[in-house]
Design a protein around this ligand. Structure first.
Ligand SMILES: NC(=O)c1ccc[n+]([C@@H]2O[C@H](COP(=O)([O-])OP(=O)(O)OC[C@H]3O[C@@H](n4cnc5c(N)ncnc54)[C@H](O)[C@@H]3O)[C@@H](O)[C@H]2O)c1
Length: 376
């Protein structure tokens, strides 16, 4: 198949490209080579390590003429191009909407109004669309908590609480039927992207899949983007003997899913023989706390950089998340194969090979967030 991957020079796209080339697919990438991800432009490590069989078109998903350069002979589109920082999305609202929603709308407009051979579209959605995800209350009923209250968090109460009783709620794995109510602009754009793709492709008779990826990590993730990827951010700090200051109380958790499992899930969708037109969670089903992440990396790097919790918090962040992945297992045959301990060791050894330079980009991003009133 001829597969177009937008944002294909990024973390997920570059790893996906390698897997698809190994399966003898023809691959074209459409990517702006955004400087926030690719510090050295087309000389960045992500671009340099792309297989030579891959055709890279430097272009923008928001530009009609760039789409028209790549669209005509494509069978499958994997639409990954996006702005991806939750915190940054809270003050670059127009830009995030323009790239994520605008780029997707333009793609669908072209699929509707031009001649092409596209039979399937896969769009990268996110767990961010679930906001705080699924909990149960004392009576055992399902609850989908609203965005956490700033006043509670200023008092150090970070876990979502039952608004009726004031008692703590119990986290559950979030399945695809969970309420969709994102707490960030990024999450809203991901919700709209997936709904646009499933709705328009459904109407056009093009198969569509939305992947609600959890926190993807592994070799190849940007080591320079200060807005995404806590494993990268912590690694930069630890390897340069800088202190790691953890938000909230360090017990916030995420479902960290290794890049190879995400690539495998995406390939399963691309090659699935029957039409699907559905959304799937892609994660591991296991939460890991942010403190555990920092401490594991500290041990792997053998550094004495101090780790402390600050009680600070970012507006738009969620407390916990872990996915119920049974739907992807049942329909796509997806099973994650790399546990966090194994994956983080592979990631840490890759980071050490990259020798990341000391940078104040993370501190600058926090200063910007604080200036906008988004870091408390
Ligand atoms: N990595 C994760 O943890 C994660 C989790 C959930 C969802 N996702 C989604 O998966 C997708 C890929 O994520 P990633 O981690 O590979 O991100 P990434 O930042 O590494 O890659 C994104 C790529 O898109 C490109 N890009 C940005 N704007 C563009 C534009 N206007 N036109 C063309 N290309 C553009 C960038 O240059 C970059 O190469 C994104 O849509 C993201 O929202 C990622």
């Amino acid at each position: 198949m001829h597969i177009l991957i937008t944002g294909g020079a990024g973390f997920i796209g570059s790893n996906l490209s390698k897997a698809l080339i190994n399966k003898a697919h023809q691959i074209t990438l459409l990517d702006t080579i955004s400087p926030q991800i690719h510090k050295d432009g087309i000389h960045s490590f992500l671009v340099k390590q792309l297989p030579k069989e891959v055709k890279l078109v430097v272009g923008d998903v928001c530009k009609r003429e760039d789409w028209l350069k790549v669209l005509p002979t494509v069978d499958v589109i994997v639409h990954l191009a996006a702005e991806t920082g939750t915190g940054q999305s809270m003050y670059q609202i127009e830009h995030y909407s323009a790239v994520n929603i605008g780029g997707t709308s333009l793609m669908l407009d072209l699929l509707t109004n031009t001649t092409h051979s596209v039979k399937k579209v896969i769009v990268a959605s996110s767990r961010a669309i679930y906001g705080e995800g699924t909990y149960t209350n004392e009576a055992g009923n399902l609850v989908y908590p609203a965005q956490r209250n700033e006043q509670d968090m200023l008092k150090g109460v970070f876990d979502p609480i039952d608004q009726d009783t004031g008692k703590p709620l119990q986290m559950k794995l979030t399945d695809e039927t969970s309420k969709i109510h994102p707490t960030s602009v990024y999450g809203i754009t991901k919700q709209v992207q997936e709904q646009l793709v499933l709705t328009v492709c459904g109407a056009l008779g093009i198969d569509a899949i939305a992947y609600r990826y959890q926190n993807v990590y592994g070799p190849g993730q940007s080591l320079t983007n200060p807005y995404t990827g806590i494993l990268s951010i912590f690694s930069n700090l630890l390897l340069n003997n800088q202190a790691v200051n953890i938000f909230e109380d360090g017990l916030e958790s995420r479902d960290f899913v290794y890049i190879d499992d995400v690539v495998n899930a995406t390939v399963l969708g691309i090659e699935h023989p029957q039409p699907i037109n559905e959304a799937f969670n892609i994660g591991t089903g296991t939460p890991t706390t942010v403190m555990e992440v920092a401490q594991t990396l500290q041990t792997l790097y053998g550094t004495n950089s101090p780790i402390s919790v600050t009680g600070n918090f970012r507006i738009g962040d969620i407390r916990h998340n872990a996915a119920d992945i049974r739907k992807a297992t049942e329909i796509l045959g997806y099973t994650p194969k790399t546990d966090f301990k194994t994956g983080v060791a592979a990631f840490a050894s890759w980071v050490q090979e990259q020798k990341p330079e000391k940078s104040d980009a993370f501190e600058q991003s926090l200063a910007t967030m604080a200036e906008k009133g988004l870091l408390k």
